[in-house]
Design a protein around this ligand. Structure first.
Ligand code: GLU
Length: 895
């Protein structure tokens, strides 16, 4: 048994001895870095120290940094260092950053089976088999940028770049823009000759306000600082591509005046808890002055953590640190499995290679470590597998320039907001203390320019006062200026706008105000507040000329219908009087007053008399004919009354017609305008009124537009003043907004508004699209509206100090049957009443006679009636009545 155990004990002892022998291994990692940049070499060295301290199983392995620093294109020097390192049994290479040496190292790694870590992504998919990168790959990066742009809904994007690699990274953004026409992308190569302000203005003038900055960090910083000096910079948005921009000190930036949205991307989070923990454990381990250090031109300090501010490590430094950590982990795990050994490789000998290189390469793709850039893991193809990017936004809650993490991006999930990770919400935007440029255009009473004054004192008017009131409430200082082309803003084609709207789009102004109508077309390129005044299109026209009274103006008080009715009534009443006068017995009186038996006579028995009687009363002169019977008196009274009203009305109206000349207005509405060609009409050129007619589907307005468009010379005045002058000259109607008309007619007695409103709209204050100023203005505007301040302000500017034109209402309109119909009706009723009374009188008279002396009352009535209408005979003397029928007939002489 014992003898059997001896070989086993020997084997165990040998294994132990070999383990101890392995424990003594010094594992060397080669670092090749650019001579000009010692940060990466420092980070490399620091990482090796860290792994020795944290993970180094000192009994099994100690890691040594073998560092070489070469000039960027010095492949010869690099090859010397590499051969030395291979001889020194390095297990892996890390670096460099310069392209030429990197390519060389890739081929060396593949030739001698030494794993190589590069610090950036592969632009070309052709991958060297032994070269690995912990940098997220190009596809992921490109997708990340596209996701951000899509998430932010950017439509107009400019890319400013100083390296063509930027365009490769932006591959997906450009595809998104160009192929799907979702975004308009402007590529702007960085120009060293130009200032940053100039470049920003160039880009802004093309209305590309969302800027992707693919510049070196220092240039990106200068760009942001330059954007502070530009007005309206606060509504630009920047996306900085440099992964290390978060660590750039923004000294010189004035956070209180900076309102642009700045977005950054970060791979390595220096504030992560585990990273901070590493920082706090400053290493006590002496720097390993490893053999082969003579290769290095860099002299490390004893305590590198004092030198390297870990909170400001760059992505490259972090990736080097992580690569070393990964290598150390992998080597240690292979050592523990006894699956690795180290050997010299002769770079001058063909076929010489490290036998365990493949094993290490495979193992590197299996282990996962927690590094400065998060979890570090490679997939089978050697690409970084697990990583996430932090999306940072500028933090406005901070007094100093700072960022906050808003979103995390992962290759599998895209943009994700992690609960609890979002730092404080932005403080509310404020214009407190800011100077805001306000563009306006002269148009009384909105903006009035006093040429005798200078500077800001030149400006007055409703719009100016309104902005001043808003400025007082929101505590900003307005700086007014007049738009260069005097236009309000209309689309000139190709996305270019002129006037106030154009200035807002070019970001030369922060606010635009005047009688600027809110229209859907304008709203698509700028933002509007709620309307501060509502209005609509109407017609400004010259008050018609006074006309001399015509020859027959005495006829004008009554319409022709009234005249006709009057004449007819006159005739009918005359006939009525004639009939009633003859009919009633009480109009028949003895011809000799002292002889009751004398032949009876009747003053109304001739039509001539009756016409005279009624005419006398119309003419207010009377006649010597006096009705005696109640019936005729009733009729006459009503007729007198009728005449009284008719004549009074006529006289009252006549005065107006004879003294004031009649005004005639040929245009009463837009329809009237459309129907004629004698009077020209038009609207302000480039204004919303012109646009209204241009876009209208209404047949009348379409016809009007066809006329306006085709008329030469143009019927579109440049501004309202020109329009008003044309109206005053005559034969021109100006289609204008009612509020402006209201102001004008209050002051100019020759102008008037014709017709009602053709539409309803309002004036708003405009700001550039996305400007936070809009909300602030709107908030105060609503309050001012609620408290009636806007109404008061309007009163102040609209009410003329004294009304120069006392407009008498046109009281000389002819009277119609509507107003005189009642008089006619009264007359009719009166006549009927008179008839009834006449019949009663007849009955009464006949009923006094004994029955034998008269016939039946109806026969008597019929007889009398026939006598009246045949106009024959005179009233028989009651004494002679009944003596003979033939006598009766003879005594009734014709009238
Ligand atoms: N308020 C109009 C505009 O904003 C100008 C005047 C008009 O077109 O009548 O365009």
């Amino acid at each position: 048994m014992n003898s059997g155990r001896q070989p086993l004990q020997l084997a165990l002892t040998l294994l132990l001895c070999s383990r101890i022998a392995t424990a003594a291994e010094v594992v060397k990692i080669g670092g090749i870095f650019d001579q000009e940049d010692d940060r990466l070499a420092k980070a490399f060295s620091l990482a090796v120290d860290r792994v020795n301290r944290d993970m180094g199983d000192l009994e099994s392995a100690t890691f040594r940094a073998k560092i070489a620093r070469v000039l960027p294109k010095d492949n010869l020097a690099a090859s010397r260092h590499v051969c030395d390192m291979l001889r020194e049994k390095v297990v892996a290479f890390v670096g460099p950053t310069s392209d030429s040496v990197k390519e060389y190292l890739k081929s060396v790694a593949a030739t001698f089976n030494i794993p190589h870590f590069s610090t950036d992504f592969e632009i070309l998919e052709r991958r060297a088999p032994y070269t690995l990168s912990l940098h997220p790959d190009l596809q992921s990066l490109s997708r990340l940028l596209r996701d951000i742009v899509e998430d932010k809904k950017w439509r107009k994007i400019a890319v400013i770049y100083d390296s063509d690699d930027v365009l490769i990274i932006l591959k997906d953004v450009l595809t998104y823009g160009f192929n799907q026409s979702l975004a308009d992308v402007l590529l702007y190569p960085f120009d060293e000759e130009l200032s940053f302000e100039k470049m920003l203005k160039d880009i802004g003038s093309q209305q590309h306000y969302n800027l992707i900055v693919g510049l070196q960090p220092e240039r990106a910083k200068q760009l942001l600082l330059a954007s502070q000096g530009l007005h309206s910079s606060f509504y630009n948005a920047y996306l900085i591509l440099d992964l290390d921009f978060h660590a750039v000190s923004m000294s010189g930036a004035r956070m209180e005046n900076y309102f642009a949205n700045v977005t950054l991307i970060r791979l390595a989070d220096p504030h992560r808890e585990d990273v901070k923990a590493q920082q706090s454990q400053k290493t006590a381990a002496p720097y390993a002055n490893a053999p082969g250090l003579h290769l290095s031109l860099w002299k490390p300090t004893p305590n590198p953590f004092d030198e390297l501010e870990i909170s400001h490590f760059s992505t490259e430094e972090a990736l080097i640190y992580d690569a070393v950590t990964l290598i150390a982990h992998s080597v240690l795990s292979l050592l523990r499995m006894n699956a690795i050994s180290f050997q010299k490789v002769n770079c001058n000998k063909t076929g010489s290679r490290w036998d365990y290189g493949q094993a290490l390469l495979d193992n590197l793709k299996e282990v996962t470590v927690r590094g400065l850039t998060g979890d570090v893991r490679l997939d089978r193809s050697g690409k970084r597998d697990a990583f996430s990017f932090d999306i940072l936004e500028i933090n406005r809650t901070s007094e100093v320039w700072a960022y906050r993490k808003s979103v995390v991006w992962e290759p599998r999930s895209g943009l994700i907001k992690r609960k609890g990770e979002e730092v404080e919400v932005d403080k509310e935007f404020s214009v407190d203390g800011m100077v805001l440029r306000v563009v306006t255009a002269p148009n009384e009473p909105y903006t009035i320019i006093d040429e005798t004054k200078t500077g800001q004192d030149r400006f007055s008017g409703y719009a100016i006062d309104l902005i001043k009131m808003l400025a007082e409430r929101a505590n900003f200082t307005p700086e007014f200026y007049i738009v260069a082309d005097g236009a309000y803003g209309s689309h000139q084609g190709n996305g270019v706008w002129n006037g106030l709207i154009g200035d807002l789009m070019k970001h030369t102004a922060d606010i635009a105000i005047v009688d600027l109508t809110t229209t859907a077309e304008r709203e698509s390129v700028v933002d509007f507040t709620t309307p501060f005044m509502s209005t609509g299109i109407s017609i400004l026209f010259r008050i018609p000329e006074m006309q001399p009274p015509s020859l027959f103006s005495f006829m004008h008080p009554f319409s022709i219908v009234v005249w006709f009715y009057t004449l007819t009534t006159y005739i009918l009443i005359t006939l009525g009087t004639y009939m009633l006068g003859r009919f009633t017995p009480y109009e028949w009186v003895p011809s000799h007053p002292c002889d009751p038996d004398s032949e009876p006579e009747n003053q109304f028995s001739t039509l001539n008399n009756c016409f005279w009687f009624t005419m006398g009363s119309i003419m207010q002169q009377g006649s010597d004919l006096v009705p005696r019977a109640v019936s005729t008196r009733t009729l006459a009274s009503l007729w007198y009354f009728f005449c009284l009203i008719l004549i009074s009305s006529y006289t009252a109206n006549l005065a107006a017609f004879l003294t004031a000349a009649r005004m005639s207005n040929p245009i009463e509405s837009a329809n009237d305008l459309a129907k004629q060609t004698d009077i020209a009409y038009g609207a302000k050129d480039g204004g919303s009124t012109q646009r209204f007619f241009q876009n209208s589907n209404n047949s009348v307005y379409k016809r009007m537009w066809a006329y306006m468009e085709s008329t030469k010379p143009s019927v579109f005045p440049k501004d309202n003043d020109e329009g008003i002058q044309r109206v005053l000259k005559g034969k021109y109607a100006y289609l204008m907004e009612a509020t402006s008309i209201e102001y004008l007619v209050e002051r100019n007695c020759n102008l008037t508004q014709v017709g009602g409103l053709l539409d309803n709209k309002g004036y708003g204050i405009a700001t550039p699209q996305g400007s936070p100023v809009r909300n602030i203005l709107e908030h105060h505007l609503i309050i001012m509206q609620e408290f009636g301040v806007l109404q008061e302000l309007k009163q102040l500017w609209w009410k003329a100090p004294e009304n120069p034109c006392v407009r008498s209402k046109d009281d000389s309109a002819e009277m119609t049957m509507d107003s005189l119909g009642g008089v006619f009706l009264t007359l009719v009723v009166g006549v009927l009443f008179g008839l009834l009374v006449g019949i009663f009188e007849f009955w009464w008279d006949k009923s006094q006679a004994p029955y034998g002396e008269r016939q039946h009352i109806l026969v008597e009535f019929f007889r009398e009636f026939m006598m009246v209408i045949t106009c024959t005979g005179s009233r028989p003397n009651p004494e002679n009545e009944g003596s003979s029928e033939a006598d009766d007939v003879s005594k009734k002489s014709s009238p």
